[in-house]
Design a protein around this ligand. Structure first.
Ligand SMILES: Cc1cc2nc3c(=O)[nH]c(=O)nc-3n(C[C@H](O)[C@H](O)[C@H](O)COP(=O)(O)OP(=O)(O)OC[C@H]3O[C@@H](n4cnc5c(N)ncnc54)[C@H](O)[C@@H]3O)c2cc1C
Length: 291
């Protein structure tokens, strides 16, 4: 097996163009598991850990694909609370030191923890090849179970996300509290200035997906200008609509019926927490921006 070690993004893209069979490796927390279990034996690995462009983030926010979770938590927790919450639930400290959002996107597992947040927060994925860059909205990135919109000669370069415009929440159900792949997960982002809500489910369909009907229902119900405590009926209906957005299966981690139930509960609770945060900010006379 060849081990390719580019030092720049340009070099990495050249190598990927000449060796489309080369499997990119960032943190290696998915790739090494596959190699160790002999699930795949690629002709080449393309090591991205020395490419500085992939390990930086800049205001705006443009987060390099190889920025590890631990740095997202430490450095971006205020600007991107939803992504930081999801990052905190990934694996263990060791996995969070190595694992990256780019790797989560590359693996495109329906259970990947960052996906619901990226969908609910209108993320755009920047990919590139020697043919040039492409910007792919997260809603168009996930094509099927472990399939994404990358062409064979492309690499994920960065994730673009606006700093949170309002409260964000992420919740995940697993068989225990840590080191666990999601049975199902849910993310919500409030956009008070636009009277808008983003909501997305994970591990409850062949791909992570947005809950469009639930988003539209809440946008019509919520009064962002003069927020009042939420009616239970609104939270309940939101939960039901989120659960209806999913099309889960029975598998070793949980039944379809359990996933639908858990999604409704997570949606209700996270909406309650996010709305409470908005009310508290209003009461403090604070700004709605998290930035
Ligand atoms: C013990 C353990 C616990 C885990 N717990 C969780 C968890 O709780 N939640 C969760 O979501 N995941 C979990 N994972 C899976 C994994 O840690 C995450 O998916 C992580 O985000 C992968 O990032 P990475 O940088 O290590 O990816 P890698 O293993 O390096 O790569 C993963 C995939 O993405 C591709 N890839 C990587 N970077 C790029 C790029 N820039 N361009 C194109 N393709 C690229 C690779 O070719 C590969 O197909 C766990 C894994 C382990 C081993």
């Amino acid at each position: 097996m060849d081990f390719l070690r580019p030092e720049t993004l340009a070099e990495a893209l050249e190598l990927k163009a000449s060796r489309p069979d080369a499997v990119p490796i960032a943190g290696g927390t998915d790739v090494m598991v596959e190699l160790n279990f002999d699930h795949r034996r690629p002709g080449a690995l393309l090591d991205l850990t020395r490419v500085p462009e992939l390990r930086q983030w800049s205001d705006g926010l443009r987060i390099g694909a190889a920025v590890p979770y631990a740095r997202i938590i430490d450095e971006l927790g205020t600007a991107l609370p939803g992504l930081a919450m999801a990052a905190r639930t990934v694996g263990s400290p060791q996995i969070r030191n190595r694992g990256t959002v780019g790797g989560n996107l590359g693996a495109a597992s329906p259970a990947g923890d960052t996906h619901p947040v990226l969908l609910a927060s209108d993320a755009v994925i920047e990919v590139a090849s020697t043919r040039g860059p492409r910007m792919i909205p997260a809603t168009e990135f996930y094509l099927g179970v472990k399939r994404n919109a990358l062409e064979p000669d492309e690499l994920i370069v960065a994730v673009h996300l606006a700093p949170a415009a309002g409260p964000q929440q992420f919740a995940k159900v697993g068989t225990r509290n840590a080191m666990v792949i999601a049975v199902c997960s849910f993310a919500i982002s409030l956009f008070p200035g636009e009277n808008r809500v983003g909501a997305a489910v994970g591990s409850a369909a062949p791909t992570p997906r947005r809950a469009h009907e639930a988003e539209a229902f809440l946008a019509a119900e919520l009064d962002f200008a003069t927020p009042k405590p939420l009616l239970d009926s609104v939270k309940r209906e939101f939960g039901e609509l989120v659960s209806r957005a999913a099309s889960p299966i029975d598998d070793v981690r949980g039944s379809a019926a359990y996933r639908e139930h858990a999604l409704a509960v997570m949606a209700r609770r996270t909406l309650g927490w996010a709305w409470q945060e908005l009310l508290s900010r209003k009461n403090r006379g604070g700004e709605q921006s998290c930035a």
